[in-house]
Each structure stands twice: as C-alpha cells, then as structure tokens.
Design a binder for this molecule. Structure first.
Ligand SMILES: Cc1cc2nc3c(=O)[nH]c(=O)nc-3n(C[C@H](O)[C@H](O)[C@H](O)COP(=O)(O)OP(=O)(O)OC[C@H]3O[C@@H](n4cnc5c(N)ncnc54)[C@H](O)[C@@H]3O)c2cc1C
Ligand code: FES
Length: 337
C-alpha cells in the first residue's frame, strides 16, 4: 500500500494499492473524488501530481494528452501509484459514495436476449455489495485490457445479484468477448458500484427517463426502484426509449411488470432512422431529445430527468435541457463512451 495525500487547506490522505487507481482507492475510502466514466474518456477525474510517480494505464485515453503530461496532470481513473504521492485537486462531497466500491468476482447464472443486439446478463456476486438504482460497475473480461463500464438493470435487494443489459458493439473488443466467449458458470472480475446518476427519492418532482439504445439498463433500474418507492408514491414516471429502427425498440416489457404501469408509469418509443422494414411503425419518429420535447414541451422543466446513452444522444439531450433552462440539480446522466 502507498499513501496518497491531497494538498489543500485541510490535508487529507488515503491508502492505495499499486494495482488500484487513485480515483477508485479514494472512493473506496469514502472520499468525494470527482469523476464520471471511470474509463479515461470524460476528464472529470484529472488531478495534478505534485510529488511521487504514477503509471497511466491507458496511454490512449481520449481525455488525456501531451499537454497534460507536460503539466504533470493525470486521470485519477487511470493513474496507478508507484510510490507515495502528493496530489492537487478539489474534492466534492457530492461524489462521496453511499456504498463504497469493492472488487470481487461474479458468476454468470443466466442470460436472455432482449433485442437482436441487446442481451441481459444475470450475475451472482461472491461477496454481496449493494448499489443505488442507476449506478454502474467495471467488468473485467478475459483477455480484454481495462475494465468496461456497464450499468445495472435490477434493484439490489441483498446485493448479491447484479444484472446488466448490454448492447453488442460490432467488432467491439469487450462485447464480442462477453457475447461470444463468456459462458454460463464462468466467473468475471467486478468492481463497483460507481456513478452519481442514481435515483433521487427525495426530489419532489415527476420523473422523466430517457434511454438511448445501450442506455436501457440504468433507466430500467431507476424506473423499477421509483415504481415501488414509498417516497415517490403517486409521482408520474415517463420512460422514453429511442432506437434506430423498430427491431431496436425494447423496454416496455420490463415496465409492464411494474405496479402502476399504464396509470402513473408510461412508456413511449421513438425510432430515428425508419427504413423499408419499419412501414408498420406507429410510434414516434425522430431523435429522442426532439421526441421528448414533442411529448412534454416546456413541462420538461418541471421534471426530475435521468438519461443514459451514447455521447451524441447525451450531448443533444444536454443541449435541449440547457436551452429549456432546466436547473442542473434536476439532471442526472451517464454518457456511454
Ligand atoms: C458509465 C458507463 C456506463 C455504461 N453502461 C452501459 C450499459 O449499461 N450497457 C451497454 O451496452 N453499454 C454501456 N456502456 C458502454 C460500454 O462500457 C462499452 O463502451 C461498450 O460496451 C463498447 O465496448 P467494446 O469493448 O465492445 O467496444 P470497443 O469499440 O472495442 O471499445 C469501446 C470503448 O472502450 C474504451 N476502451 C478502449 N480501451 C480501453 C481500456 N484499456 N480501458 C478502458 N476502456 C477502454 C474505448 O474508449 C471505447 O469507448 C457504458 C459506458 C459508460 C462509460
Ligand atoms: S476520465 Fe476518469 S472518470 Fe472519466
């Protein structure tokens, strides 16, 4: 173990094992280290190294470059300490985890196809750990460098079952391994939970969930939890799913199992690229942010908004919410880099 010290008015420190990253060790110690993606893409976890040496796991991390290296800046989610380090960054208590992330193993118990390219994977953990609805975990896949982030689709109960709805990416390194090589009974490494886009049960507003393609999983988890939350009793929950074509549309089947479906829980679907096979499509057509505005108009401003999906979708939704002047504290999202 090495010691990481944060320089500031009030000096704080935590221990980090050399095979851990500085961000994850800080979160395991309950500290509010800012972050989002955990895979080197967002840049939220950038810090300055004042003393000591680190090894940067992903040299090609999209959020890290030559300028950072010159200024001794590293990404907390990629930096493995080689010895004691002194670093500079501003902690933010809102990132302090409710459930500390932990590393364990999990066994694949079952899998079930949802669409032509989305499958739900049902895992059982060796060491139970709870998570909040909407959070994600890092999965270690055999032969795949670096953990990949996947959001849980279930709600935890005792923390022993973690389910994931995952979209196969054509030629994707991790998803090809998961879909084609990992078999029922196989064991994978798991690190989690992570993420701050979880359900806010104290928010006094109706809920809007926007799921773009692979963003299905955390939105299903949030809706499942909101449907049975005592604090959210009577709140309207609208779920909008956006896919490219009819064959991509899913999610309704999970919501239909929930108490209040059709009364206070509503499912809407949109396709963005209708082709010759979509002539029978009777739902909305267009990008998810445009369709959300078509359905709810300016009343979006009065909702607690959760969204997840690929970067172009997440950026378009953010732009819409900015233009509508939705207060940032009502917005919770993950970009699926
Ligand atoms: C917070 C978060 C939650 C997500 N939740 C889901 C989900 O619930 N369902 C879902 O289907 N997808 C989810 N994703 C996307 C998922 O993590 C993968 O990006 C996706 O499955 C493609 O992985 P791939 O390796 O198959 O594709 P590839 O095209 O091979 O790689 C895709 C991604 O992996 C990254 N990458 C490459 N090398 C490394 C490395 N060494 N370490 C870490 N990352 C690397 C790349 O930056 C790229 O973004 C989520 C992403 C994030 C950030
Ligand atoms: S780059 Fe480290 S959390 Fe996103």
């Amino acid at each position: 173990m090495v010691q990481i010290t944060i320089e500031g008015k009030k000096e704080q420190s935590f221990e980090c094992s050399p095979d851990d990253t500085i961000l994850r060790a800080a979160l395991r110690a309950g500290m509010g280290f800012p972050y989002a993606c955990n895979v080197g893409s967002c840049g939220n976890c950038r810090f300055q190294l004042l003393e000591g040496e680190v090894e940067h796991a992903r040299k090609d991390a999209p959020a890290w470059g030559e300028r950072d290296l010159k200024r001794n800046r590293y990404l907390g989610c990629q930096a493995h300490p080689k010895d004691d380090c002194r670093i500079k960054l501003r902690f933010d208590e809102s990132y302090a985890p409710e459930f500390a992330p932990a590393r364990t193993e999990m066994t694949l118990k079952e899998k079930s196809a949802i669409t032509h390219d989305i499958t739900e994977f049902f895992f059982e953990l060796k060491d139970s750990n709870p998570f909040l609805p909407g959070q994600y975990a890092l999965l270690g896949l055999p032969g795949v460098e670096g953990g990949r982030a996947y959001s849980m689709s279930n709600i935890t109960n005792d923390g022993s079952q973690w389910h994931f709805q995952i979209k196969r990416v054509p030629q994707g390194i991790a998803t090809t391994c998961l879909f084609d090589q990992v078999k029922i009974g196989d064991t994978l490494e798991l690190d989690g939970p992570y993420g701050t886009a979880f359900l806010r049960e104290d928010a006094p507003r109706d809920i809007l969930c926007l799921a773009g393609g692979s963003g299905l999983s955390p939105m299903i988890s949030i809706t499942r939890a909101a449907a049975i939350s005592e604090k959210l009793k009577g709140r309207q929950i609208d779920f909008v799913f956006g896919g490219r074509a009819t064959r991509d549309v899913c999610g309704r089947e999970f919501l239909a199992e929930l108490p209040g479906f059709g009364e206070r829980i509503h499912f809407h679907a949109a396709i963005s690229n209708p082709g010759p096979e979509d002539t029978d499509w009777e739902g909305y057509t267009g990008f998810i942010h445009d369709v959300a505005y078509e359905i709810f108009g300016d009343s979006i401003r009065d909702k607690e908004i959760y969204f997840a999906g690929p970067p172009p979708m997440a950026q378009a939704v953010q732009k819409l919410l900015f233009e509508l002047k939705v207060p940032p504290e009502q917005i919770h999202f993950d970009e699926f880099y």
